[in-house]
Design a protein around this ligand. Structure first.
Ligand SMILES: *Cc1c(COP(=O)(O)O)cnc(C)c1O
Length: 348
């Protein structure tokens, strides 16, 4: 089995990007006040206010599960419910953390074929019951880009926010790959968040090139009341906070957050273009961010594994390939060649 230089099974196989690393190093130049009362943390929070062109409240958590769960918990009482897609990370990959941190708020799952939530599905779930026996719908959460690598357009986010407003629901966005969504849409970050009606965003740092860390951004600042206590109680208050916040200054102030995301998206498009016309291969979802989902016969997937490629098949049985800031076009060319050869062998 070939030892691969680089794998594309996950975008968190990547290391720390130079801009985040340099900021970590700069933050390490001396001592600083603990628990977020330091200038790096203030500078990172200001960086988000500049980026989003608004006076938002910003918090830093270690990972996406905590960021999503605590954000949803902040929006809910225990008797409330959260509407999400059946593909949503909060439903499938957080081990019940949203329910745990909210003391029991129930996830109401909308079936979907491609991972996207629609206004119709939200209305259907939110109005399915109105009696005391059913957990009261309170929040909608959408993933931008979706777990299938698709991007909600500005209009789609606005349409979802409009039904949320009509139904008295808050809107949360899981932006584990928010940078890739912005790169894909080419819009201002404000346009797909608060200007479109999003109340709270979890902005992923890990998949954007940091070692660790996500930002929880409250555009409706009233919803952030006591969120610092919630973070502390959940074990998410870093004592040496500057090492969680400083990398954001490196990403935001240099523009690297967007440049790296564009690169990752370009890599996904390159793979899709390189294999899209192969017989036996089907791209399962439109390639709109840094993910490519490949439906192929089992023999083709086995041949790729035999050539040392790693990939997950947890969505619809297809192979998922993900790209990051460090994805090497030469390695992607190798993958394209191997997919093409594997499909030709499968036909013979
Ligand atoms: C990666 C990811 C997260 C965060 O996951 P953690 O492992 O908890 O950091 C959240 N949502 C989505 C859609 C993700 O892909």
């Amino acid at each position: 089995m070939a030892d691969r230089i680089q794998q594309f099974a996950s975008d968190n196989y990547a290391g720390i990007c130079p801009e985040a690393w340099a900021a970590m190093e700069a933050a390490n130049a001396g001592s600083a006040t603990a628990y977020g009362d330091d200038e790096w943390t203030a500078r990172a929070a200001d960086g988000f206010r500049t980026l989003f062109e608004t006076d938002c409240e910003v918090f830093f958590a270690f990972n996406g599960t905590a960021a999503n769960s605590l954000a949803l918990a902040a929006l809910c009482q225990s008797y409330h419910s959260v509407i999400c897609s059946s593909f949503a990370h909060v439903e499938t990959d957080e081990c019940g953390a949203p329910e745990f941190f909210s003391n029991g708020s129930k996830l109401l799952v909308a079936p979907t074929d491609d991972g996207k939530l629609t206004p119709e599905a939200i209305v259907r779930l939110a109005t399915s019951r109105a009696d005391i026996h059913f957990p009261k719908p309170r929040v909608v959460t959408i993933t931008q880009p979706t777990e299938t690598g698709q991007v909600y357009s500005v209009e789609e986010v606005r349409a979802i926010a409009a039904v949320c407003r009509d139904l008295g629901l808050k809107l949360h966005m899981d932006g584990a790959r928010f940078a890739q969504a912005c790169a894909s849409l080419g819009c201002a970050p404000a346009d797909i968040t608060w200007r479109a009606g999003v109340d709270v965003l979890c902005f992923g740092g890990t998949k954007a090139g940091m070692a660790v860390g996500e930002a929880v951004i409250f555009f409706d600042t009233a919803l952030a009341a006591d969120f610092d206590y919630r973070c502390k109680q959940a074990g998410q208050l870093a004592s040496k906070m500057r090492f969680l916040s400083a990398p954001w200054t490196g990403l935001l102030e240099s523009g690297a957050w967007l440049r790296h995301a564009r690169h990752a998206n370009d890599c996904a498009r390159a793979l899709a273009a390189g294999i899209g016309n192969c017989a036996e291969i089907e791209l399962m979802f439109p390639v709109q961010s840094n993910a490519v989902f490949v439906k192929a016969p089992a023999a083709v997937l086995d041949a790729l594994r035999a050539r040392g490629w790693r990939f997950y098949t947890f969505i619809g049985g297809g192979a998922r390939f993900m790209f990051a800031w460090d994805s090497d076009p030469a390695e992607i060319a190798q993958l394209i060649g191997d997919v093409r050869e594997a499909t030709e062998m499968a036909i013979v």
